[in-house]
Design a binder for this molecule. Structure first.
Ligand code: NZQ
Ligand code: ZN
Length: 380
């Protein structure tokens, strides 16, 4: 196990009716701005609950943070926040609203352009922020990362900073999610675990078992949620699984991959494919191309997640990859670029972008633009 420091300060406030606690959770003396997406919260009662909880308090609102939040929109929110002396932000929406809010929190305290903060990769300072999370998927509600899009150039990059002060997770607010959003959320959570698990073997039994527990839970609930997306206990497990998949818990002392995410962000930036869907296309291909490097972990994964115990090692690895692709498809997602009309031009663009940036991703830092091209060809 590698050395690590673990500190996750986010207070999770979980369950039915918890939005009503907002007033006691937000300090009384702050200058509050609430951020929203495109309006889903007005159709599922979340907005009414927030307003009722904060009745009698003063706050301003910023609407219109889009899925894959755009820096062009967030610059306007930063200006508003600065001019109103905002010193506390509450995000009400999915991962996109919260990620956007994380950038607003940094921008309010900075003279730099918002995109420069993203490019730096790390926000030096952020005003306090918190969330009411309405999409189980990203883990943004309990982590320090954010992913921002620059529409002007079709680029999408992540940056790190601090954590939400608190996040309210009420599984009942997920009942209005579309089937596609649920599929993408489950795929995102599942892939987050794989990015931290399917790496170097024998680093930590504990992290492995913890990760496998999340993978098995997501696989077990996925078909049931399809049947009944308004079952409280199912949605509660889904919501908590998504949080635990990316809140630093399963990465203690182990190497991490993130190749699938890096390539997936490019697909989303260039084609608008929903984040979790991009991952469903790329992850099986990453496994195929890096199967030698990931050989031991793929065997373990195949045995413990899919009960694959027979055949040669190569056959078992092959089967584990096949079963992974089948799982993503069972959610209702396609897993090939051609099914989304994404062709060679995109593959070459991504390979060139990686090569131009001089990057090498993955647990062994060996996924360059050329390896990314192989991965993309493998799912074309
Ligand atoms: O904008 P509104 O009107 O609110 O509608 C949203 C949006 O259209 C809608 N929605 C939200 N809650 C709903 C709902 N519809 C019905 N019922 C509800 N309860 O859902 C749509 C998608 O929302 P979005 O926030 O984009 O989804 P998600 O939470 O999956 O966030 C995706 C973004 O997060 C980034 C992704 O790259 C992408 O930009 N990620 C952030 C991470 C992080 N911060 O750690 C890690 C992830 O790997 C990911 O990259
Ligand atoms: Zn993700």
């Amino acid at each position: 196990m590698k050395n690590f420091i673990f500190q996750n300060p986010t207070k999770l406030v979980f369950g039915k009716g918890q939005i009503s606690k907002l007033n006691e959770l937000i300090p009384a003396d702050v200058n509050l701005m609430i951020t929203y997406g495109g309006g889903s919260v007005t159709r599922n009662g979340v907005y009414e609950q927030v307003k009722a909880a904060l009745k009698g308090r003063k706050f301003i609102e910023f609407w219109g943070i889009e899925p894959n939040p755009q820096v062009e929109t967030l610059r306007r929110a930063i200006e508003l926040g600065k001019s109103e002396n905002i010193n506390f932000l509450l995000s009400v929406g999915g991962g996109s609203v919260l990620d956007g809010t994380k950038l607003i929190a940094a921008g309010i305290l900075s003279d730099d352009d918002a995109w420069d903060i993203v490019l730096k990769g790390n926000a030096e300072k952020q005003i306090p922020f918190a969330s009411v999370m309405t999409v189980p998927a990203t883990g943004s509600e309990m982590n320090s990362g954010a992913v921002i899009t620059r529409a002007e150039t079709n680029e999408k990059f992540s940056f790190g900073g601090t954590y939400p002060q608190f996040s309210i997770l009420d599984p009942e607010v997920t009942y209005t999610l579309s089937e596609h959003q649920i599929a993408c959320g489950l795929a995102d959570a599942y892939t987050h675990v794989l990015e931290q698990y399917l790496t170097t073997p024998n680093q930590s039994r504990l992290m492995d078992r913890w990760a496998e527990g999340i993978l098995l839970s997501v696989m077990e609930i996925a078909p049931k949620i399809k049947e009944n997306p308004c079952d409280y206990d199912l949605m509660a497990d889904y919501m908590l699984a998504a949080t635990l998949a990316l809140n630093d818990f399963i990465r203690m002392g182990v190497t991490q991959d993130w190749v699938t995410h890096m390539i997936g962000h490019e697909i989303t930036a260039l084609h608008g494919t929903t984040h979790g869907h991009s991952l469903a296309i790329i992850m099986p291909a990453t496994m195929r191309v890096l199967r030698e490097q990931k050989h031991d972990k793929l065997l373990q994964y195949g045995e413990r997640i899919f009960n694959i115990t027979e055949g040669s090692e190569d056959e078992r690895v092959e089967k584990a990859i096949e079963m992974t692709e089948k799982f993503y498809r069972s959610l209702g997602l396609t897993t090939r670029l051609s099914e989304e009309n994404i062709g060679n031009k995109t593959i070459e663009t991504i390979a060139k972008r990686f090569n131009d940036r001089g990057v090498a991703y993955g647990e062994n830092r060996n996924v360059t633009g050329d390896v990314a091209r192989e991965i993309l060809l493998s799912c074309s």
